[in-house]
Design a protein around this ligand. Sequence first.
Ligand SMILES: Nc1ncnc2c1ncn2[C@@H]1O[C@H](COP(=O)(O)OP(=O)(O)OP(=O)(O)O)[C@@H](O)[C@H]1O
Length: 230
Amino acid sequence: MIILDKVSKVFQLEAGSYTALKENSIHIRKGEFIAIMGPSGSGKSTLLQLIGGLDLPSYGSITVDGVEISKLNEIERTIFRRTRVGFVFQNYQLLPMMTVAENVSLSLAANKTPKADIKTKVQRLLQDVNLADKENHFPAQLSGGQQQRVAIARALAMKPKLILADEPTGNLDQKNGKDVLQLLSRLNKEEQITIVMVTHDRQAAEKADRIITIQDGEVVQERLEGVELR
Ligand SMILES: Nc1ncnc2c1ncn2[C@@H]1O[C@H](COP(=O)(O)OP(=O)(O)OP(=O)(O)O)[C@@H](O)[C@H]1O
């Protein structure tokens, strides 16, 4: 599903260049649930952004679902992101002036789904995340856990085979964090959606099939159900 071949990311700064990722080669199979862990500043979010086509690697190639995204131009990458990847962020990133239903419908509208279909699809998505009764609420009227479930419904709208989640439970208390993780786990198991999740939370990471640990821009450890792989 995801192949990174010797991927490096170098940021050009006024003070010089900074290597955030160093020659990482990573393979992620279809349907895997991967947790990415590592200290602050180790390159986790940068890695997720490269996999999601939000940014380009400086060196190396990235292939996602058969598409070499590191070769796509800006417009092609935008289409790739809109149609193939669901993004979930720590701070939910819902639009505050729009209702829950409008937030979930955004990508459907952007991808020219007929209006009549949007309504039924949004209702089904909100049922899936157990928020059918909140469609006319605004994000500020919901708890953090509910907002994150709206964000997950939005991420699912285009039926992506891949969800990239950056600290999805980072702002949530234990109960809400657990609910969000359970939802991601269910989507992974029942819908075979591949999930790559950055987390600082060891308990959250234990939900994954494999934990990839990054340090100073390099993968230093991979652990599969308790077995050290490197
Ligand atoms: N656009 C950018 N320009 C310059 N440097 C950047 C940029 N984005 C990230 N960096 C640097 O790259 C390094 C890795 O950042 P990244 O956000 O990937 O870390 P992280 O592991 O996700 O950290 P955290 O756990 O704190 O979110 C950091 O030193 C950061 O300052």
